[in-house]
Design a protein around this ligand. Structure first.
Ligand code: C2O
Length: 577
């Protein structure tokens, strides 16, 4: 196995998009940032040089980091941010994983521009070449679906943490480009073009790096065969549309078998209909273009036809629901644990806390305060996560005293009150009346013994404007057993679990006003973040830290931190992002 080394220089550069110069934080001047390409079993060494004005960390999304939680790169969870002008070197290996993952900043909303691919290829199989469980594609093409913001992302994050969500991206992007929707005089062409040769098979490595939206991806005149999700193989699934939520990655084969020409690939945001609010439509276009080979006597005139795919409706939630439900795990997969030790039921909702006090009050959340003094927060079982400011949770865990990080709250195994989650009026927020319970703002933590089999049912609620929630767990992959619409009903729904070939994922899209069930084993000691991968939900507190204890032997024990790991003490008690 090789050692693959990179240097990431993080800095602010001016980029012109949508006819406007914007100052953005990027790695090595690129958007998306550099791709890390490795072979299963390799070691990765990344020197991060922070020349930006923000403290930051880099997270290796989906890398299990077994016995290596210190390298997980989550601001204030596993380390303190790398301060401006400072460096830090991440070291980890990618044993036992292959497929498409990605890396991104994990402080504030910087991941909107600080991100790139992490591609893990299978070990080579001699003459047969690389050992994919499908014919080797002619080429592999990263497709990053993102969003372009022309606001300061750190300020945006602070506004969201204060409960204000009043900004939208300018538009969607494909590989950092907005498509040909903007006509700026004199500007260079800003559209992603993928060249294909007729008859060849391409593997798209698709990642949703957006802060805000799920996306539908289509290419006119072509179909996809999905072969992997979150760097785990799935049974080949044929479809003309990919549905992908923030945090998810999908590998899909595309055969260039259409008449020679140019075809639009379109990424269209998928949003719930909001009667009282008009969300703009976000989309981006790229082009799939057949190379013209005059020797073969192809007709050059077809090159000019430009086909547009017929997209699902912007508010069509069901195409995404069925797409995700149709994914099954490829065999062989790791054994599915059958006996469940710990069961959690986690409601995903909004709540409110009182500005200034942050103290839960009985009855109305801000009784005695002006209602305008309440802050909307996002919750899991009515607790809204608060990051520590003095020491990372992992360091507190390592020192054997989580409370040195600040006020802790044990995540309850179920919501304090049962609701009809499909009914918006059941849940109190933003109103003086009908406050059934108040929300806690604290460092929400759930502790697990080493090697516990955990089953979690996530329930999303109507109060979230009927939005879906892509829930992402660090340090572990999990089996997705089932998803459904409406309120979860244990008696009815446990019978629908797929115990035969469930897909293995690191992100599960919990359907709008629906639920999803996952199962995994806590085989990795440390502190692992579990959160909604929507940027604004993360900032508003839809998160929890899972603390996994050490096991009995040294191969089940978290080693000491790297000596150069950024600590917080030097920065007083406020951490600068
Ligand atoms: Cu992709 Cu906690 O992150």
């Amino acid at each position: 196995a090789a050692v693959v080394e990179h240097t990431f220089v993080v800095s602010q550069v001016r980029m012109n998009r949508a006819c406007k110069d914007t100052l953005v934080t990027v790695v090595n001047g690129q958007l998306p940032g550099p791709a890390i390409e490795v072979t299963e079993g390799d070691s990765v060494v990344v020197h991060v040089v922070n020349k930006s004005p923000h403290g930051l960390t880099i997270h290796w999304h989906g890398v299990k980091q077994r016995l290596n939680c210190w390298a997980d790169g989550v601001g204030m969870i596993t380390q303190c941010p790398i301060q401006p002008g400072k460096n830090f070197t991440y070291r980890f290996n990618v044993a036992g994983q292959e497929g498409t993952l990605w890396w991104h900043a994990h402080v504030a909303s910087l991941r909107a521009t600080v991100h790139g691919a992490l591609i893990i290829r299978p070990r080579s199989g001699g003459d047969a070449g690389t050992l994919y469980p499908f014919p080797r594609p002619h080429k592999e093409v990263p497709i990053f679906i993102g969003e372009w913001w022309d606001v300061d992302l750190v300020e945006l994050d602070m506004r969201m943490a204060d409960g204000f969500f009043d900004d939208y991206p300018v538009n969607a992007t494909i590989n950092g480009m907005l498509g040909d929707l903007y006509d700026c005089a004199g500007a260079s062409e800003d559209i992603y073009v993928m060249q294909v040769e007729p008859g060849k098979t391409y593997m798209l490595r698709i990642v949703n790096v957006a802060l805000l939206s799920r996306y539908y991806l289509k290419i006119a005149g072509h179909r996809f065969t999905v072969v992997a999700a979150d760097a785990n193989y799935v049974k080949p699934y044929n479809t003309d549309v990919i549905a992908i939520a923030p945090g998810e990655s999908m590998d899909a084969l595309v055969v260039a078998d259409a008449p020679h020409g140019k075809y639009y690939m379109v990424a269209l945001a998928n949003q719930p209909p909001l009667p009282d609010q008009q969300i703009p439509v976000f989309s981006s276009r790229g082009v799939l273009q057949y190379s013209y080979n005059p020797i073969k006597g192809e007709d050059p005139t077809v090159i000019n036809s430009l086909m547009v795919p017929e997209m699902p409706d912007q508010h069509d939630m069901m195409t995404s629901f069925y797409f995700h439900g149709n994914l099954t795990g490829a065999t062989p997969h790791p054994p599915l644990p059958i006996n469940v030790d710990d069961r959690l039921f986690i409601s995903l909702a909004l709540g409110s806390i009182c500005r200034g006090s942050h103290v839960p009050l009985p009855s109305s959340p801000c009784r005695g305060y002006d209602v305008n003094e309440s802050i909307s927060v996002a919750t899991m079982n009515n607790v809204s996560f608060q990051l520590p400011t003095k020491v990372s949770l992992l360091e507190a865990h390592y020192r054997g005293n989580m409370s040195i990080a600040g006020k802790l709250h044990e995540l309850p195994d179920k919501p304090p009150t049962e609701y009809n989650y499909t009914d918006k009026t059941m849940i109190p927020w933003g109103s003086k009346e009908a406050a059934l319970e108040s929300t806690t703002k604290a460092m929400s933590v759930r502790m697990f013994r080493f090697n516990t089999t955990v089953e979690i049912v996530f329930q999303s609620t109507a109060i979230l404007n009927s939005d879906a929630n892509p829930m992402h767990l660090h340090g572990h992959d999990f089996f997705v057993l089932a998803q459904g619409l409406g309120n979860y009903d244990a008696e009815r729904d446990a019978g629908s679990y797929n115990l035969v070939d469930p897909p293995v994922r690191n992100t599960v899209l919990v359907p709008p006003v629906g639920w999803a069930a996952i199962r995994f084993v806590t085989d990795n000691p440390g502190v692992w973040f579990l959160h909604c991968h929507y940027g604004f939900h993360t900032s508003m507190g839809m998160a929890v830290a899972f603390e996994v204890e050490n096991g009995q032997s040294s191969d089940m024990t978290l080693p000491p931190p790297p000596i150069d790991l950024p600590r917080c003490e030097h920065h007083g008690n406020s951490v600068a992002y």
